[in-house]
Design a protein around this ligand. Sequence first.
Ligand code: ADP
Length: 601
Amino acid sequence: MRAKKSLLILLGLLLAGGLIAAAGLLGAQRARAELMAQGQRQLQLMAPDLQSVLQKFETLPFVLGFQPDLIEALAHPIDARAIARLNSTLQTIQQQAKVGAIYVMDRDGMTLGASNWDQPLGFVGKNFSYRPYFHTALRGKAGLFYGIGTSTSEAGYFIAQPVYRDGSKRGAVAGVVAVKISLAEFERTWRSSDDPIVLADSRGVIFLSNRPDWIYHSLGKLDAAAERELASTQQYMGQTVRPLAGHSPYFVTQPVGQLGWQLMLFPGQARVLRVGLLWALAAALLLVCAAVSSWALYQRRRRLEEGLASRVALQRAALELDDKIVERTQQLRLTNQNLEHKYTKLQEAEHLLRSTQDQMVQAGKLAMLGQMAAGVTHELNQPLAAIRAFADNARTYLERDQPAQASANLGHIAAASARMGAIISQLKGFARKDETIAPVDLAASIRASTFLLDSEFRRHDVALTFEATADALQRPLQVTGNTVRIEQVLINLLRNALDAVEDAAERRVAITLARDGDEALVCISDSGAGIPEQVAAHLFEPFFTTKPSGKGLGLGLAISSSIVQAMNGRLSAHNPAGGGARFELRLPLSHQGVIVASHPD
Ligand code: ADP
């Protein structure tokens, strides 16, 4: 897999390299073709210029052939005046026509007169019979030649024409007139061109160029005959012609003139290279762009695919989650239902417990009433017997006509029945099933309880004392609760104390009421035997009793403790050092009491 990938990358790189190279070559080729075309156009503009200059001067020697001064001088070569006239004429014409030089030779090639006769390197007296143009002109034709002047060492184009003896073509040729034209002007105009421009002769020898070091070099190798000819004509003044090296093989050429010349241009290859490189670079850039965009496309597609896959996964996860949620919800609902069911059951149980507790309290109360019945009966019997006795006596007093005594007895009867009414109303109040929660004056509750048990205490000859602290007497100590229940607790504790002192030598029960911080403290102490150790552990357990059946149910302390707890109070018992038992009842004072206690002014 990896090897395959590397192979693919290698192939891709090779392909890219090939493409870049091809683009470079194509670019270079096109640039070259364009350059060649451009060069050709340039040559086509340059060649006519050159051509027209050559042609322009070709007629000049022909016309000069009919000049009388030339004919005259050739007829009389030793006539100094004729020669002087010739020189002057040639000089004037040369200056007017702006040619390099004009000179006249006799049939032997000896120069008789020249436009540069007065210059140190003048042609006069020089023999040019070795030049081919001389011979051509001598034969009656126009002789054309390019070469370096042997006297001036300046290159030039030579045009020669015959001069006829009698000034007409019918006569014999008396001499030759030649015009030398300098082509240096062209060379100068070519200098502005960056590309090499050359003018080469029919043998391929460069004789004019904007590259001075190219001049007198041949484009190809010269053969022996050509070399010999060059030497004999002294065309380039014996310059050794060497083949040109290091020139560009790309050039354009245009034929010029009648001597088989070639005007050549070598377009610079730097541009070709530049264009080739540019094309290659463009191709590389395109490839890079293509590679980058296809990579981006590939990445995008991959990301899309990944996105799709993750979306599918997400959807699946969401579905699974939904299922789980449904399942969990179901479980939760079931659990909830279960809990609700249990709660209902619990509520029912609590309700049952509460009602049972209420019933128990009520039952305890009724049991206590039963226990008190004997005492109450005795209490009621005494006034009842007294009432009967007073009534009997009253009747006797009335029969004896003693109304004052009878009235006194009736008063006694009223007092006795009032006491009976008080006892009955107390009992009725206690037996009533009253659930009202209200502030309860503890001192008043203690008094009501002792009132109910008063006769019994007296019957058993038990001294009952009630002592309240000055503070408790000044301001009633109030607790929040139900009067009947508080009295139930107090009566229960007093009855137990009564039972405990029944067999004792000294029979005392003392009640104290005091404030202890935020609490009211009721202590009931007796002079009994105290609470045995084994009893103390089970004191508040229901149905625990040490009393004979019929006397005790063992519910009193259990019920009392539950009543006190419901009021946020505490009930405790211990045997004090002085003997007997001591029950302590602590109940939180109601709000009003607390505020009074905290501002003792
Ligand atoms: P009961 O009075 O019906 O026996 P209680 O719950 O009132 O039921 O009392 C439980 C037991 O606690 C009594 O049987 C007795 O043994 C003991 N007891 C209660 N008060 C005193 C007391 N003042 N002195 C000694 N023992 C007591």
